[in-house]
Design a protein around this ligand. Structure first.
Ligand code: 5RP
Length: 233
């Protein structure tokens, strides 16, 4: 309980710090996961209290859309508002040049779409997510077309991954918001994430993979010694 409680506090601290970057009139991207959730809640609170006006937000998952609607954040989409000022989202693993792995919640396709449309992407996390190199702690979530699950499993193994199908709580294949499967591909420590991303991106059956390279501008990390803000050099 104690440890869990701590992590919750750290997640909340990092997320609320990120919301300080939000100004009235902005179009926001709302991330997915247990850390990003606190940013959505805080934005809802500021709107409710009349401290943040004229906000429009684009959720990165159905779950986030529901939460944002519950706290009365006005929602829009990338058709009406293809340019986002700030996106606040979580990550699963973060290395020193601010490249990250995402997709632990299975939302990385919409998350990457929103990140690529954002002037500034802020990642919020507790310090357990930091590592020296991507792949030390986390597999790369790979969203694949259902009809391509076998071909892409064979491909991922051929480039060195140990693979696992993502399952839901009923032990059935997890299905993303956009109707695809996820294969978690463990490559071990990834020496060259750009090369690996290139290989996966060239596959027709892979819809999107969870390496977010050169997309994150700011990382806000909460740890036992306080909150740190890391900026992309
Ligand atoms: C969802 C994500 C999440 O942002 C990531 O998994 C981190 O989640 P949490 O804050 O719950 O640890 O990429 O697809």
């Amino acid at each position: 309980m104690g440890k869990m409680q701590n992590f919750e506090n750290l997640k909340k601290e990092a997320a609320e710090k990120a919301v300080e970057f939000v100004k009235p009139g902005m179009v926001l991207g709302l991330g997915t996961g247990s850390t990003a959730k606190y940013a959505t809640l805080r934005i809802g609170e500021l709107i409710r209290d009349g401290k943040l006006e004229n906000i429009l937000a684009i959720p990165t998952s159905d779950r986030t859309a529901e939460l944002a609607a519950e706290v009365n954040i006005p929602l829009t989409d990338l058709v009406k508002n293809p340019k986002i000022d700030i996106t606040i989202d979580g990550a699963d693993e973060i290395e020193p040049s601010l490249n990250v792995i995402k997709g632990g919640g299975g939302a990385h396709l919409r998350e990457k779409l929103v990140a690529q449309s954002s002037k500034k992407m802020i990642v919020v996390a507790d310090e357990s997510k930091l590592s020296d190199k991507l792949g030390e702690k986390w597999a790369v979530p790979v969203e694949v077309l259902k009809i391509a699950v076998e071909t892409e499993s064979i491909f991922l193994k051929s480039i060195g991954a140990e693979i696992k199908m993502r399952k839901n709580e009923n032990d059935e294949n997890f299905i993303t918001d956009l109707g695809n499967f996820i294969i978690d591909a463990d490559f071990g420590v990834i020496e060259n994430p750009y090369q690996l991303a290139g290989k996966m991106n060239s596959r027709a059956g892979i819809v999107e993979q969870g390496l977010f390279l050169d997309l994150v501008g700011i990382v806000i990390i909460a740890g036992k010694d306080g909150v740190r803000i890391l900026e992309k050099k």
